[in-house]
Design a binder for this molecule. Structure first.
Ligand SMILES: [Zn+2]
Length: 166
């Protein structure tokens, strides 16, 4: 989204107090009275400041953040992702290093994932799903107020799902 594009503004026309020309104006002190004058007319007095054509903001400030829906569907990683990956990888008969190479990731990362120490982000999970032909991502409908109960890093979405299924 472009910020403050002219499309979203309504320009208030300002005309020169002396000749009526619609242009950039200068606040000009002409013998004690301050006038908004164009470049040409401002020569008759002493320029104090530039008068900016004040753009009237029409709607930019009215934009509200999307309201949280009552129920939201989120994608989450299954809680036993580590086992699922490890089991399938072993079934295929490749080691962590080979697997890492195949999906263009580091072996250390694969190790962390398989041992459940690193929950793969959705895009990585998709890549693994595709390669191993397993399912790692599930859809969850979650009420926003329940998400708020999530505290810190110790309580992951995975934990939440476990709680919910109980
Ligand atoms: Zn003028």
């Amino acid at each position: 989204m472009a910020d403050n594009t002219l499309d979203d503004m309504e320009v208030i026309p300002i005309n020169c107090d002396m000749c009526g020309k619609e242009t950039n104006l200068y606040k000009t002190d002409v013998e004690g009275s301050v006038l908004s004058l164009c470049n040409g007319c401002s020569k008759f007095g002493k320029v104090i400041a530039t008068v900016r054509v004040e753009p009237k903001r029409v709607k930019k400030k009215e934009i509200k953040l999307p309201q949280p829906k009552e129920e939201e569907t989120i994608l989450s990683i299954v809680s036993d992702y580590g086992n699922r990956i490890k089991n399938k990888r072993e079934k295929i008969g490749i080691d962590q290093e080979e697997f890492a190479k195949k999906i263009n990731e580091k072996k250390a990362l694969i190790h962390k994932i398989e041992t459940g120490h690193f929950e793969p982000p959705i895009d990585l999970a998709r890549k693994i799903e595709k390669f191993l032909h397993i399912n790692l991502i599930e859809m969850q409908e979650i009420k926003p107020e329940k998400i708020d109960h999530k505290k810190g890093d110790s309580f992951t979405i995975g934990d939440f799902i476990k709680v919910r299924k109980r």
